[in-house]
Design a protein around this ligand. Structure first.
Ligand SMILES: [Zn+2]
Ligand SMILES: [Zn+2]
Length: 327
């Protein structure tokens, strides 16, 4: 197999040839069709997240075809198209696993972080965390749904059912979740980097009712806001944009420090919460919604060996939509 490997955080990935991996008990092997690049990959590669498995194959938005199954896995999965997300394994018996919150498992494995991921021609996954996907769909457009879509969906649920929703940071997750929320007949207010006209135009092209800089406020108060950008300074900005009793959801795994802010921004029962990882239930809910809402993901493809370029384009904000690697 071919893989793009991180030897040391803060250094570029190297293209490596390895023997094809063999799935163990309860595992499957995928021939990777496409793997999208998530901001979390950037955090892993840059060393913002502690203690990755090393050497590591990053990538946790994997679409592929099952080409080998391990012991205890039904052979009927062979030849199926599946998607492998960030949550790659859970213990199944901790407090969180047994109370419907497996996203918070005490002993999880994360794809492309604490187990090898999909910046490769082949990857091994826990079969319980490999979701059946539409065999007729385009693998490139499916790939961003595996994290940007799933984490976005969980963030959207956390934001509640009210009508006026702000989204701070208009990248891969935002462009998917804005389409879902608009399909649900909600109004989306897109906040981008101040002066990022291109991102604002992209948001408008998807049907948002307002797009502006994160230093601006729309004329109406919002019911809730989701922050996808990894920027702590957006927390007070988002709290400022929501009404009394409104909620702000932080959707990212890593964020710069939240600056000190006046208590009155939180006062009047505004809520500030975070979203961590995903559950299999999120996937069961989200993929049918994605199909019904006829989501269209905007992607830019790169050959696998240009993974460093894709990461760099994401880091520099040169992408609208999602980068996808093709092995
Ligand atoms: Zn657990
Ligand atoms: Zn991700």
């Amino acid at each position: 197999m071919k893989a793009m490997v991180l030897e040391k955080p803060g250094t570029p990935l190297n293209l490596v040839e390895r023997p094809d991996p063999i799935p163990g008990r309860g595992e499957i092997r995928l021939k990777v069709e496409a793997c999208a690049v998530c901001r979390t990959d950037l955090h892993v590669v840059d060393g913002d997240l502690p203690q990755p498995k090393l050497p590591l194959v990053p990538g946790h938005e994997i679409v592929g075809i099952v080409d080998l199954v391990g012991e205890g896995v039904s052979r009927s999965r062979l030849g199926q198209r599946v998607g492998v997300p960030w949550l790659g394994h859970t213990c199944g018996h901790c407090h969180y696993c047994t109370t419907g919150a497996e996203n918070l498992c005490d002993q999880p494995l994360f794809t492309g972080y604490t187990r090898d991921g999909g910046f490769a021609s082949h990857v091994v996954a826990d079969e319980r965390f490999a979701f059946d996907l539409d065999a007729a769909a385009d693998p490139v457009s499916l790939a961003p749904l595996l994290c940007a879509g799933l984490i976005g969906w969980r963030s959207l649920k956390k934001a509640g059912d009210d009508r006026r929703l702000g989204i701070f940071g208009f990248g891969a997750a935002a462009h998917i979740i804005a389409q879902v929320a608009i399909w649900q007949e909600r109004e989306i207010f897109a906040f981008t980097r101040p002066g990022d006209i291109q991102a604002q135009e992209f948001a408008r092209s998807l049907g948002v009712v307002w797009a502006g800089g994160s230093d601006e406020l729309p004329a109406v108060e919002l019911d809730a806001a989701i922050i996808f950008a990894p920027v702590g300074a957006l927390v007070p900005a988002a709290l400022r944009s929501v009404r009394k009793g409104g909620r702000v959801v932080c959707g990212g795994i890593h964020m710069s420090d939240i600056p000190s802010m006046p208590y009155k921004l939180l006062w009047e029962e505004r809520e500030l919460v975070s979203v961590a990882n995903l559950t299999r239930r999120d996937a069961e809910e989200f993929f049918p919604v994605a199909q019904r809402a006829q989501l269209r993901t905007h992607t830019k493809t790169y050959p696998l060996d240009e993974a460093n370029q894709a990461l760099d384009d994401l880091r520099m904000g040169r992408l609208s939509g999602a980068a996808v690697l093709l092995p």
